[in-house]
Design a binder for this molecule. Structure first.
Ligand code: 5GP
Length: 185
């Protein structure tokens, strides 16, 4: 079967991380991409697992060699999706990128075969209560995330598939069938 590069986006708290991680665990032929970063590893992080940890010089060299499908700066560090890693992995497996809307659209520009999937909540109210319920963010952080929500949802038309995470198992199966090319809207 042909391997697919899939970018999965969606508002914070929508459950995209759980969906991607479950799929990767279930399927030996699907992996999550490993990004490069110039930030230092946190305790417990391993080179090649959470990230490829690069020096700034190494990152900039790879950037000049056009080795990123997209990159960005967060908190003074660079982060990027390594083109060579994705291309090599695609020879054997499908690759999923869990990435924000801006990053996903950049990847699609460089790699037009990318399948763009957006996970959306059944309703904004539902997502709000989900975010509040998880108790890991302050009220300010939640407000911040909600203010990005309308922007992200406004970009849905640019996506190949929009999947509602109403029922987690159903959403996982929907994403899986997109990967397999059998999804029916
Ligand atoms: P952290 O340092 O906490 O792991 O990640 C910081 C931020 O970098 C997060 O918002 C994360 O989504 C973003 N990030 C991680 N990898 C990439 C990447 O490959 N490209 C882009 N554009 N952002 C990334």
């Amino acid at each position: 079967m042909k391997h697919v590069l899939m970018a999965v986006s969606g508002p914070s708290g929508v459950g995209k991380g759980t969906i991607v991680k479950t799929l990767v665990k279930r399927r030996a032929d699907v992996v999550e991409s490993v990004s490069c970063t110039t930030r230092a590893p946190r305790q417990g992080e391993t080179h090649g697992k959470e990230y490829f940890f690069l020096t700034k010089d190494e990152f900039l060299t790879r950037l000049s060699q056009d080795d990123f499908l997209e990159y960005d700066e967060h908190f003074g560090n660079y982060y990027g999706t390594p083109k060579s890693f994705v291309e090599e992995t695609l020879k054997e497996k499908s690759v999923i990128l869990e990435i924000d809307v801006v990053g996903a659209l950049r990847v699609k520009e460089k790699f037009p075969e990318t399948v763009l999937v957006m996970i959306v909540p059944p309703s904004v109210e539902e997502l709000k209560s989900r975010l509040q319920g998880r108790g890991s963010e302050t009220a300010e952080e939640i407000e911040n995330r909600l203010s990005r929500l309308s922007y992200e949802l406004s970009q849905q038309d640019k996506y190949d598939y929009v999947i509602v995470n109403d029922d987690l198992e159903k959403a996982i199966q929907d994403v899986e069938s997109v990967l397999d090319g059998t999804y029916r809207k």
